[in-house]
Design a protein around this ligand. Structure first.
Ligand code: RIB
Length: 296
């Protein structure tokens, strides 16, 4: 079993600010750092650091070499990443003094996928494999349809939520990994229990992971439901906390670990990520996660 992640790669320009800038306001920032990020890249790195064989797909521009270097460093297969004549995607991220963030996204190369490219990449995968997707690349409906025809299991993190997701045939998704805001946007509901019940009503065979920020996470499928609280830490930067949870969750699921153990491992990995700066560099290795869990 292999995981293919056709997802975004962004250069994250991260600014520390006192507060998230308001409309019409100009605010001087503190430190500025450029980190590797993008939900696709973050989730692939989390999967690889958790010990899974993961292939990152997607597009980068002329300035995208650092992503290829990082794949090599972290053990993510980069064979299906294409470098094209445009700019790599980037994000402008403000982190306030409470470690909350807001993100402006420029798609760049992430929005240049073609059907021919998708067909070529999917041609290397088969029914046993998992396809992981987020909503930061173009052609999501096409990718879902083609992967479903192949019989792949499709895991979708519908983030960021926007109208493009309406074109995706959600009945083809096996695993939804989403936060309560996205859950609310998809179902029109606010209470976690109601969100889960609605997704189960719409897609009864799907596995659902709903993260609830400081209130933890819930997993539900046809036969079981489990709740996992967070591990409390001093938050420095919450960017990629959800991506770390997603990568670790899929890793545990793919290994066949019991769900409560998968949730615990994912929550711990995510808590370590929020205690560090940046997206990709904040994601812990499995050994560190397990060592920290053993002390709790
Ligand atoms: O989920 C965090 C990521 O969202 C950041 O790394 C940024 O690039 C945006 O894609």
């Amino acid at each position: 079993m292999k995981v293919l992640n056709i997802g975004s790669m962004n250069l994250d320009h991260v600014y520390s600010v006192d507060h998230i800038v308001q409309p019409g306001e100009t605010e001087a920032t503190g430190e500025m750092n450029i980190f590797l990020g993008g939900k696709g890249m973050n989730q692939s790195v989390a999967l690889a650091k958790a010990g899974v064989e993961v292939y990152q797909g997607g597009m980068i521009g002329d300035d995208g070499q650092p992503f290829l270097d990082a794949c090599r460093e972290y053990g993510v297969h980069a064979d299906y990443i294409r470098q094209i004549d445009t700019k790599t995607g980037h994000a402008i991220i403000q982190i306030d003094k409470n470690a909350q963030n807001c993100i402006l996204l420029y798609g760049g190369a992430n929005q240049k996928l073609t059907e021919a490219y998708v067909d070529e990449v999917l041609g290397h995968f088969a029914a046993d494999d998992i396809l992981l997707l987020q909503n930061e690349v173009n052609l999501l409906p096409y990718i879902v349809d083609k992967a479903y025809e192949l019989g792949m299991q499709i895991a979708l993190n519908p983030s960021p939520f926007n109208e493009k997701l309406e074109q995706v045939d959600m009945s083809k998704i096996s695993i939804f990994l989403l936060n309560e805001v996205e859950g609310g946007q998809i179902t029109g509901l606010t209470e976690p229990e109601e969100i889960i019940a609605k997704i189960q009503e719409l897609y009864p065979h799907a596995k659902i992971v709903l993260t609830l920020g400081k209130d933890g996470a819930v997993y539900a499928d046809e036969t079981q439901k489990h709740y996992q609280p967070i591990f409390k830490v001093k938050a420095v930067d919450t960017t990629a906390a959800g991506d770390t949870f997603t990568g670790y969750f899929l890793a545990g699921l793919a290994e066949g670990m019991p769900i409560p153990d998968v949730l615990r491992m994912s929550a711990k990995a995510s808590s370590i990520a929020v205690s560090r700066e940046g997206a990709v560099p904040s994601i812990p290795y499995r050994a560190e996660v397990m060592e920290s869990l053993a002390k709790d």
